[in-house]
Design a protein around this ligand. Structure first.
Ligand SMILES: Cc1ncc(COP(=O)(O)O)c(C=O)c1O
Length: 421
């Protein structure tokens, strides 16, 4: 019996995956039927209804928390399952043979997805690990009293790495107090310039802020940092798969992201970009033996998951990355408009296109965010995010390609009723 037939015979006995095709069969034209259907979709709503069919989300669920975790397309999950079965037929030969070798194709796709060179991209587990790699890789060149400039709106995944260096090496963290909402781009740039000192070695900012969804003007920030040889380190957890990314145009020195959010990849998938010219200054252990997915320093990897990570990039490309961004933004604007009509809510996200994204955040003037979150979930099957800054008493809403206008309208109606009561 050949390997494919064997995989099929094994899976045939397992009811939940009895219909699982072999990985090669899934991959043959993974998203070709999606591409064909999208080409002939009768209108915009037909287009997005077809895209929505690719997901395993519970039909009644309104998932407005892609900022925490996205939903992975069914075909990606099927392919990962098939690869896992295939691997177990001959584990060592598969993981360290041709199948495992295909992880490098994923790195190539990732480089293209972010606008980087292949030798600037590593496949990681998440943003936190990427940020830690950068900070640890830099640690030898930092002295006590050197300053890391960051903001009061960073996620722990982008800040614990600096806190550790502050504790162990005496570097100083300077936090810009971020307004919510910021008034305009000039305000951000002024705040940054005002906080840079001769001791600033690193500026560490989110690309899209976890609190308000603010999109930082990175290219303009790079124009401030690069001439001063300050390293611009970016926490990109919330951007790839939502915004079209070109790390070269952004001018960042490093970019760490979590593909399991907006890129809709399997959980535990991330990317790390380190600009070629910055690689001398940043030498993390995990990259010390090269950027390949399998190296002496990175060790054995989860091949099936990494190949699935690559498939999610094909998924975005099948729809069109500009189209995905436009859809995330259009849905976010729709929700912002509807929630903006509720007097008990106050917008914390900037309104300008260039400063906003697929995330919108509102503070509650009445009621408690945690309680409203729980009621939305338990009574209406609507999942949002409690903003982890109690002083704002806010809720965050993320909108991706599987969300629909009617679900956003229902969310607004339900919230309006709850906040009136
Ligand atoms: C801005 C930002 N950075 C980092 C993280 C952490 O991501 P991960 O847990 O995938 O490392 C998050 C998660 O929400 C985030 O929003």
């Amino acid at each position: 019996m050949d390997r494919r037939a064997f995989v099929k015979s094994v899976t045939a006995g397992v009811s939940s995956i009895a219909a699982l095709p072999a990985a090669g069969q899934i991959l043959g034209g993974t998203f070709s039927s999606l591409r064909d259907d999208l080409r002939t979709a009768r209108d915009e709503s037909g287009f997005w209804a077809r895209v929505r069919k690719e997901f395993l989300l519970n039909p009644s669920l309104v998932h407005l928390n892609t900022g925490t975790l996205g939903a992975t397309p069914r075909k990606v999950i099927d392919a990962i399952s098939a690869w896992m079965y295939e691997i177990e037929g001959d584990p060592a030969s598969n993981v360290f043979g041709a199948l495992g070798g295909r992880m490098e194709e994923v790195r190539g796709k990732a480089a293209e997805f972010l606008g980087a060179r292949l030798d600037e991209i590593a496949l990681t587990e998440n943003t936190t690990s990427g940020m830690n790699a950068v900070a640890q890789g830099l640690s030898k060149s930092l002295r006590p009293g050197d300053e890391i400039l960051t903001t009061s709106h960073e996620h722990p995944g982008g800040s614990v790495c600096w806190e550790y260096l502050a504790k162990t090496q005496g570097v100083k963290i300077i936090q810009i107090p971020m307004p919510a909402p910021v008034s305009d781009r000039a305000q951000i740039l002024q705040l940054i310039s005002d906080h840079i000192t001769p001791r600033t070695r690193v500026c560490s900012f989110s690309h899209v802020e976890t609190i308000t969804g603010l999109q930082m003007p990175l290219a303009e920030i790079a124009a401030i940092t690069r001439p001063r040889e300050i390293l611009l380190v970016c926490d990109g957890a919330q951007a790839p798969g939502m915004l079209r990314i070109d790390v070269k145009a952004l001018g960042v020195d490093t970019y760490a992201s979590s593909s399991h959010k907006w890129m809709l990849a399997p959980k535990g998938s991330g990317l790390l970009y380190i600009r070629k010219e910055a690689q001398e200054r940043i030498q993390p252990l995990v990259l010390s033996t090269g950027y390949n997915a399998y190296t002496a320093a990175s060790g054995t990897r989860n091949v099936a998951q990494i190949l699935g990570h690559g498939l999610t990039m094909d998924f975005h490309n099948a729809i069109g990355r500009d189209r995905v961004e436009a859809r995330c933004r259009a849905l976010s604007n729709h929700l912002r408009r509807r929630l903006g009509e509720i007097s008990a809510l106050k917008l914390l996200t900037p309104t300008q296109d260039e400063l906003s994204s697929g995330i919108v955040t509102f503070a509650l003037r009445t009621g408690k965010n945690q309680q409203i979150y729980e009621r939305l979930h338990s009574e209406h099957d609507i999942v949002v995010k409690v903003v982890p800054k109690p002083e704002y008493n806010a809720l965050r809403f993320s909108t991706h390609v599987y969300n629909r206008e009617q679900d956003l309208d229902r969310t607004a109606d339900v919230l309006a009723a709850m906040l009136r009561a």
